[in-house]
Design a protein around this ligand. Structure first.
Ligand SMILES: *Cc1c(COP(=O)(O)O)cnc(C)c1O
Length: 389
């Protein structure tokens, strides 16, 4: 059985008519860049996030950069973030001319450990960028508390967490700004690159709006040096259609995660992802941990099960950040996650038999790996036959 890591085609097929009509409308009107479809998506997405403003931009990377630089963060400033994230989080800080300062993460959620922020602060610290990793929010209350007491800005990297919640609030609605990516593989994915910044601050929103379009308040009048970071009309139209399905897709992901949990629970050698009591996980990634990760990945790949590693090298050990001077051991939790994390296939259309097959293969691998144990005892575990519920 082939179990793909994700299946964008299955999702397209399930809403093909709606999508095709939306794209066709953009083509008919030649509303290629910004325009009415992007404006409508901005309104809908702001509403979805429970924020007053959403500014559509060209990618999640740009969203992070635009948010930070529009807050005036620049050379000489330090911005606190985590080392176990996609490189874009740190790149956005560096592109502003500021310096990323890392704090390690919690072992349970893989998100920022707020207790470590205090000792990373210097007089140059200007902002904190927590990452809502894998579809789960960082513990925001203590982060917001420290930020308020030190007058720091908070930019949530919600690029993996569309629709996730923290104490009843939407991901991206808690800090000064929330940044989203609509890269095709994300929970809400466009048909190309796209992103957004959401905020309640009208001045910040207006500055980002100008910044994404050459610093112009009106055509060919430029108040400051901006850039081209606009969203395409086709992406806006596609995202409007898909936003209407996001809640159901996230529930499907949660259902798939629950079934994985049933199948894998209690299996020796495998640590399952934990959902923190404070929020709702939307499982952009279903990440397990294994002490034998690389061999497990290879075994599953040989059985047709495509997995991923998010991420194999923490940012502080990347060549791009060599100049910061960190060696192994600097951020032990992040480094351990990089060694042990394995992302199993996860997408809303994932079928129960694919989850069952994947789980059984993981069980077989561990049975084989444990010498001295008799083989062939692997059963169907706790896999209920009644999925979906
Ligand atoms: C995807 C992602 C980004 C970057 O988004 P792009 O749209 O690919 O530029 C940033 N941060 C995190 C955590 C991401 O997962």
């Amino acid at each position: 059985m082939i179990v793909p890591f994700l299946d964008l085609n299955a999702q397209y097929r399930s809403i093909k008519e709606e999508i095709d009509a939306a794209v066709h409308a953009v083509l008919e009107e030649c509303a290629f860049i910004s325009g009415p479809y992007v404006a409508r998506f901005e309104e809908e997405f702001a509403l979805f996030c429970g924020r007053r403003h959403a500014v559509a931009v060209s990618s999640g990377t740009s969203a992070l950069w635009l948010a930070l630089c529009s807050m005036g963060i620049g050379p000489g400033d330090e911005v606190i973030t985590v080392p176990n994230t996609f490189i874009a989080t740190a790149e956005a800080i560096s592109r502003c001319g500021a310096q990323p300062v890392f704090v390690d993460v919690e072992e349970t959620t893989f998100t920022m450990n707020a207790a470590l922020i205090e000792r990373a602060l210097t007089p140059r610290t200007r902002a904190v960028v927590p990452v809502h990793l894998y579809g789960q929010c960082a513990d925001m209350d203590p982060i917001m508390e420290i930020a308020a007491s030190r007058n720091l800005r908070v930019v949530e990297d919600a690029c993996q967490s569309h629709g996730a919640q923290y104490r009843g609030r939407q991901a991206g609605s808690i800090g000064d700004a929330g940044c989203f990516s609509f890269y095709p593989g994300k929970n809400l994915g466009a048909f190309g690159d796209a992103g957004a910044v959401v905020t309640d601050d009208p001045e910040l929103a207006s500055r980002i709006r100008m910044m994404r379009d050459h610093g112009q308040p009106r055509k060919y009048h430029h108040d400051f040096i901006g850039w081209n970071d606009r969203m395409d009309g086709i992406q806006g139209a596609v995202l409007s259609v898909k936003l209407g399905h996001l809640a159901a897709w996230n529930e499907s992901r949660r259902g798939a995660a629950g079934f994985y949990r049933k199948c894998l629970e209690g299996m020796e050698g495998v640590a399952l992802p934990e959902e923190a009591g404070y929020g709702k996980h939307v499982f952009h990634i279903f990440g397990i941990r294994s002490g034998n990760r690389d061999r497990l990945l290879e075994y599953l790949s040989g059985r047709g099960i495509q997995c991923g590693i998010h991420y194999p090298v923490p940012i502080h050990l990347q060549s791009a950040y060599r100049h910061l001077g960190f060696g192994p051991g600097s951020y032990p939790v992040a480094e351990k996650i990089a060694r042990e994390a394995l992302s199993l296939p996860m997408y809303p259309e994932l079928k129960p038999e694919q989850i069952r097959f994947t789980s059984e293969e993981i069980r077989k691998f561990h049975t084989m790996a444990q010498s001295g144990r008799e083989s062939g005892t692997e059963g169907s575990g706790n896999c209920s036959r009644t999925y979906p519920p």
